[in-house]
Design a protein around this ligand. Sequence first.
Ligand code: DER
Length: 225
Amino acid sequence: SSQDLQKIIAGRRAADFVQDGMVVGIGSGSTIAQVITALGERVANENLKIVGVPTSEKTRRNAAKLGIPMYNVDDVDKIDLTIDGADQISDDFSAIKGGGAALLWEKIVAFNSRENIWVVDSSKRVPKLNQYLPVEIIPYGSDQLFKRFTADGFHPTWRLDQNGNPVRTDSANYLIDLHIPVIENPRDLGQELINMVGVVEHGLFTDVVNRVVIGSDDGVEIIEA
Ligand code: DER
């Protein structure tokens, strides 16, 4: 599909920002899968020397399989560059992330990185954030939180796996997706959510990204945030 092609060209272009000797934070999702493939080729063909830091166990496995040495965020001094995907990016470079249930480790890796690049296909660009918002919560008290989200008008739904069981994140937490028509002020909403007891992290990423790589039917556009 056109979207798949956009992910391929954007992912491969984003991988070009990785330089020899870098510690690279590697994101999660299908767009980043293209980045991992491109980096794996460079490790194999150019003998690229990098250290990868995963944002999910799935990414750790996929990158290691392609010969990228993977280390935990606590095993490196600092991450030079993190490349990750996003579910939506608004005009002010806020994003919703977490569609792949990896938002907590993604945010931890992002905040320990000197530079952050997001790679998306053109469908992810919106004027204002308006898709479902993932929130990672501690299981104990999660039903109470669900009721509070409902009372607050956030229209919550449980993130369930294909068997209808609640998804467990890599940190063994639950995910609740909030459905808010338009998020006018992501910073304020993020503050409200992070202050709720039992909320571990949310999928609003503000004041994080430095550069966005966007695949479209006309090629790849690179925007400095
Ligand atoms: O969870 C995330 O934020 C991921 O980056 C992800 O949702 C992006 O997914 P995609 O590249 O498969 O659209």
